[in-house]
Structures are given as C-alpha cells and as structure tokens.
Design a protein. Structure first.
Length: 151
C-alpha cells in the first residue's frame, strides 16, 4: 500500500523535481483532472486542465541554456483548509554556459487531495525567467505585437 503524500510533501516533490529536472515524474503529482493557472504569465497562457497537458508542459524543449538550480528559501504556510497550502520559495542557480547566477521567486497556492494536486495557482517572476533563459527580447516583442492571448 502506497503512502498518500501530504500537501507539504507534494509541494516539495514538485519544486525539487523541477530543480533536478525530473520532468517525467512531475505529471504524476497532479490529478488526472486538475486546474493549474499562472496568473502573472504575461502571455496569458490557458490553464492546464489534465495530466496530459501537464506532461506536455513539463516536456523539455531543448531550447535555451541549461540551468543548474535548486529550490531554496522555502516557507510553507498551512491554512484552515487541510487540502490547501501557500508555499513561498525561489529557484536559485546559475546559467551553466555563463555561470551567471539567478534567483527566481515564486509562490504556489496548492490544493492537494488524496496526494494529488487538484488545483494550483503558480505566481512567478516571468520576466526574470525569460531573461535567465535568454528569451526576454522575444517575450517583449510578442507583447509589443499584441499577439499574446487575452485572459
């Protein structure tokens, strides 16, 4: 019999899995039907609603530089609802090719039921993420062109 992970354990598996590049393992942390949104995404990408969409979301593209990172400065706040946590953290690391350091802050509001994420609001600094990946100019060009998806 497998142990059902707590919301705290699921969050830690998620951020450490991302930091360590365990992309194939990450979709299993989510329920088959879920609701993952990135409210601060400047391109207004649609919510991810299924495990298959998350599998695609986490699939490495090979684009951009290799990042060496770790999850750091983790603070997990439990709420009155035992399924919901608010987790503050940052990915700290370096761009492998240049040695340039970065810190990418984030806050996740997760609802975990029976050991699976059923909803998540992921708040990230998307501009810093684009800069670290060498994609800031492309992001700005897309925003200026008005081709970003509306909410």
């Amino acid at each position: 019999m497998t142990k059902i992970l707590s919301p705290r354990e699921v969050f830690l598996a998620l951020v450490n899995g991302v930091a360590e590049g365990r992309w194939d393992e990450l979709p299993a942390l989510y329920a088959e039907q879920t609701d993952v949104v990135h409210p601060f995404d400047p391109l207004r990408a649609p919510a991810l609603r299924t495990r298959d969409e998350l599998r695609e979301h986490f699939r490495p593209t090979g684009a951009g530089p290799r990042l060496d990172r770790r999850a750091a400065n983790i603070t997990i706040h439990e709420t009155a609802d035992p399924e919901v946590i608010v987790a503050e953290f940052e990915y700290q690391g370096t761009v492998a090719d240049t040695g340039e350091p970065f810190a990418l802050p984030g806050i996740f509001v997760l609802r975990v039921r029976n050991g699976e994420i059923v909803s998540s609001r992921d708040y990230f600094d998307h501009l810093t993420a684009a800069q670290v990946r060498g994609q800031l100019d492309g992001l700005v060009a897309t925003l200026r062109s008005g081709t970003a998806t509306s909410p």
